[in-house]
Design a protein around this ligand. Structure first.
Ligand SMILES: NC(=O)c1ccc[n+]([C@@H]2O[C@H](COP(=O)([O-])OP(=O)(O)OC[C@H]3O[C@@H](n4cnc5c(N)ncnc54)[C@H](OP(=O)(O)O)[C@@H]3O)[C@@H](O)[C@H]2O)c1
Length: 274
């Protein structure tokens, strides 16, 4: 049985993928940030460990536990747990930006680097990162999240080249809008970490919060997390997995636009699509 470690499994993409991987016969190690979420997953018979990317000790102890239970091997890692910190770049304190990078970038790096020697020792493995279309194109008020995913794209793409020929494949999945708790969690981060009252964007923030809270139903191009799972499965099982997997129409459209259209036009498309 092949083993996989999946992070951020309390909800959304991580929760869905952990469940589907188990159904598909993988030995799944799911991780959650809040220890209270462990019992929910364990009730679904999914082996669950605590891992918070902002807490190095929790990353190390999760890996130690996984290796103890597998006898020292791990076939795949799906780095997935993250959050979006909204807010105009001028309203991001350095601390808030740093927190975003701790969770979305440095923690992923720490975990990945613990897993690479294990995969090298066993002669191969798959490292899949859940990036985003926002690792390819910018969006207003998404600067912190954009920067964390752009950084991830750079680091993971470099590692892909460095591990070539060792049987360790590094892949990036690039979802557009997926139906999860992501927007709800991001809205909470906007209220928690941005000085809304004293910003020049105060009125616009208020409108954004209201529309977020009143949002009902799916967005036009939104897909369920199963769309991400289909790409994850390919990345895990294909003989030659792709470097990048786009998910949703907006991702494919923006990939085309950024490669072939002038930046001024791309900017206009991005702003008009908000
Ligand atoms: N949904 C989208 O539209 C979309 C689009 C593009 C990319 N993505 C990417 O998809 C991945 C999964 O997000 P989702 O859409 O499934 O959102 P979600 O429902 O909000 O799930 C995010 C998961 O990440 C966990 N997490 C947050 N901070 C963490 C930390 N410091 N350490 C470990 N885990 C942490 C959350 O745990 P808690 O419940 O404890 O907070 C939760 O389990 C993310 O990498 C995100 O960037 C999502």
């Amino acid at each position: 049985m092949q083993s996989i470690l999946v992070t951020g499994c309390s909800s959304g993409i991580g929760a869905h993928c952990a469940r589907r991987l188990k159904e598909d016969g993988w030995q799944v190690f799911a991780t959650v940030r809040n220890p209270e979420d462990i019992s929910t997953l364990e009730m679904q018979k999914i082996r669950t460990l605590h891992l918070d990317y902002t807490d190095g000790a929790s990353i190390h102890s999760a890996v130690v536990q996984v290796l103890k239970e597998t006898g020292g091997t791990l076939d795949a890692l799906f780095n997935n747990g993250a959050y979006g910190q909204p807010g105009a770049v001028e309203d991001l304190t350095t601390d808030v930006l740093r927190q975003q990078f701790e969770a979305n970038f440095f923690g992923w790096h720490e975990l990945t680097n613990l897993v690479v020697p294990v995969m090298r020792r066993q002669g191969g493995g798959r490292i899949i990162h859940c990036s985003s279309v926002l690792g390819w194109i910018p969006m207003r008020w998404r600067g912190a999240y954009n920067a964390s995913k752009y950084a991830l794209e750079g680091l993971a793409s470099t590692m892909r080249l460095e591990l070539k020929g060792e049987g360790i494949h590094v892949c990036l999945i690039e979802p557009g809008p997926i139906r999860t708790r992501f927007s709800e969690n991001a809205l909470a981060k906007l209220e928690e970490n941005i000085d809304l009252e004293n910003s020049v964007h105060a009125v616009a923030y208020k409108a954004r919060i209201e529309s977020g809270k009143n949002k009902s139903g799916a967005g036009r191009f939104e897909l369920g997390p199963e769309a991400v799972y289909a790409k994850l499965r390919h990345a895990l099982t294909a003989k030659n997995p792709k470097a990048h997997y786009g998910v949703t129409i907006p991702t494919h459209v923006m990939n085309f636009a950024r490669r072939f259209l002038p930046q001024r036009l791309v900017d206009r498309i991005i702003v008009s699509g908000e």
